[in-house]
Design a protein around this ligand. Sequence first.
Ligand code: SF4
Length: 186
Amino acid sequence: MSDARSGKIVVVSHCILNVHSLEDGLAIYPGLEEDVVKILLERGVGIFQLPCPEMHIFGIFRKPLPKESYEHPTIRDKYRSIAEAIVEQLLWFKRKGYEIVAVLGAEASPTCGISRVGRWKDPVKKGKFPGDVIFVEGMGVFMEEFKNVLEENDIHPVWIGIPGKSLRSIDPDVFERTLDKLRSIL
Ligand code: SF4
């Protein structure tokens, strides 16, 4: 590099840098995910903030829902077109030789989860979030589309889901384990 830049970029879900896009009751920090951002600052990476995909569909007054609620072709198409526009920008960084090191999603989100998503315990009765939801292996609808478009363009970051309030309440160590993983790849 001809100046101080590290040439490394981490892509983050919108709410990691701005908790105000979250549904009511889910924010753990007043403004942003401080523990995650501290690591990114220490490691000297650029941070690329994704838009909040759910705000594109349901706006700001939406309620937390499991993945089934977002599993719809119209929503997939919309998310795919958002992902294509983002990857168009990321390709410029790639052309300049910078590395898209990681994507940090919001674990258990129906949209931005990386390896866990919520599902209704009873898909017929449904119910209320989070009491009637179980967390299962899977990726959020937007992240699936985003990953597809990145792979089509030969961009292969490490994928890490940052656990939020729901997951931390059922597994108190999951957040520290995730921070360790993040440190290990940067
Ligand atoms: S997890 Fe994704 S959809 Fe949910 S608030 Fe964060 S950026 Fe928006």
